[in-house]
Design a protein around this ligand. Structure first.
Ligand code: 13P
Ligand code: ZN
Length: 271
């Protein structure tokens, strides 16, 4: 059996959480990541028949029975993951009942998965229907994106349009747009369901006055989606209070989308 501390997926989790922490997105225990692993890759490092303990999830994830995820721990700090992954991360498998997680590794201080597991697993279920390659759900608190939710209308079309207008690459990176949820209590099934519902249409969902969710094939792609929104939100916050002399016109956004052959939200442009 190979040493799990050298597993590529663990390395990626360490690098990603540290990177996000250094960008200032994940203060204290802010943010959480779930990354679906292949049974075969986990088997190289763990006896997958050995369950350390079982932890109820409190909701039904029948569609994910048998699926294995590496998930950040609740109340754990992204800044600490790289120094003690076995305490700050856990590898769980959804048990036959669909409502229990079997701990295969990690949470070594008796901890458990993120309080946002409902939003994560429900989002995985929805995104897998749209893209069987989807593996990652990421939640974080990027500063400018949050700032923008203080001063911008919380409407999918209007929010996406403003972000697309900020820099040319946005419509290329997320032609499917951004879903926006109003302020809600976090960490429960209700916000999980609302997030998953938005994930039917979008890979990015903003939680007003809280943060953002992204979904993608791997950690890089998912991080890149959020990073691009955050960059555009920063441009917005730097310029919102100034006269706008230049802007990308809707006709030009359409030209970019067509030049890159994108299946984009045409209804989000005012043409
Ligand atoms: P957890 O510490 O439970 O992951 O919660 C952090 C967070 O960002 C809540 O939305
Ligand atoms: Zn959060």
């Amino acid at each position: 059996m190979k040493n799990i501390l050298n597993a590529p997926f663990l390395e990626e989790m360490k690098k990603t959480t540290s990177n996000m922490y250094r960008l200032g997105w994940d203060e204290r225990n802010g943010g959480n990541i779930s990354y679906m692993l292949e049974e075969d890759e986990v088997k190289e490092y763990l006896d997958i028949n050995k369950v350390i303990r079982t932890i109820p999830t409190g909701f039904d994830a029948t569609e994910l029975i048998g699926k294995i995820f590496i998930v950040t721990g609740t109340a754990k700090y992204f800044k600490n993951v790289e120094f003690d992954p076995e305490k700050n991360l856990g590898i769980i498998r959804i048990a036959e009942d669909g409502t229990t997680a079997q701990l295969l590794w990690g949470y070594k201080d008796g901890g458990k998965f993120t309080s946002e597991l409902p939003a994560h697993l429900m989002s995985h279920i929805v995104r897998l229907k749209h893209d069987p390659q989807n593996r990652v759900v990421m939640h974080t608190h990027p500063t400018h994106t949050l700032a923008m939710t203080h001063i911008h209308e919380l409407d999918d079309k209007k929010f996406t349009h403003t972000i697309w207008e900020m820099c040319t690459e946005c419509i290329v990176v997320f032609p499917d747009g951004i879903g926006v949820l109003p302020w809600m209590v976090c960490g429960n099934e209700e916000i999980g369901k609302a997030t998953a519902q938005k994930m039917e249409e979008y890979r990015l969902v903003v939680w007003a006055l809280h943060g953002i969710y992204g979904a993608g094939k791997d950690l890089d792609e998912t991080f890149g989606l959020i990073e691009t929104v955050e960059k555009a939100a920063q441009l917005y916050m730097l310029t919102a209070h100034m006269p706008h002399i230049n802007t990308i016109l809707d006709k030009e956004l359409k030209d970019v989308a067509e030049a890159f052959n994108l299946d984009y939200r045409k209804d989000f442009l005012n043409l």
